[in-house]
Write a protein that binds this ligand. Sequence first.
Ligand code: PLP
Length: 228
Amino acid sequence: MSTIAENIAKVGVRIREAAQASQRDFSSVGLLAVSKTKPAEAIREAHAAGLRDFGENYLQEALDKQALLADLPLTWHFIGPIQSNKTRPIAEHFAWVHSVDRLKVAERLSAQRPAELAPLNICLQVNVSGEASKSGCQPEELAALAQAVTQLPNLRLRGLMTIPAPTDDVAKQRAAFARLRALRDALNLDLDTLSMGMSHDLEAAIAEGASWVRIGTALFGERDYGKV
Ligand SMILES: *Cc1c(COP(=O)(O)O)cnc(C)c1O
């Protein structure tokens, strides 16, 4: 077995055990493989080992890999910061965007989504850790943003995403994820998605209801940003 296939098996065990510990169905937790900085070949290996959903942060890098992997039936998720002048290729080349944090970006994505494609699945990114993290809308801004996004014709608002301030304290991890879940529930919009949990805190996220865990390092190894 390749290292990536071994890592996928290990992450699968972690997800399964975490789901079991909170009486959740294993299949209710999606594994989104975060492939930023990793070569197309690594994605090909992960696909061969059974993964279908891949998350990328950097637009040009993602488009290059999509072109190399066009023969595979992959579902692409954009999870990085979005510049409003770069929305068109995102609207054209992804099935999901997890990192929408302002209305201007949502409006452009909706306007630029090609008519022949299904609506773009959207998560609103929320900053649940206050000043410790810079991206994401503030919790106070969320209700108005969510209401406005539900009105956009070519988007389908699915739920919320967060990247909490990193901590090894499991109680703090859980508190941040519980906060995202409470914000989602308070919107009362019938949203089925919580995109939360990364390599170091996926157990806490699953305990609090994660529907996508976004896993990079635990699948593909440490990232070398020198190679980007
Ligand atoms: C890089 C990244 C991840 C993956 O993080 P790991 O700690 O490597 O699992 C998840 N989500 C987002 C938004 C990222 O940028």
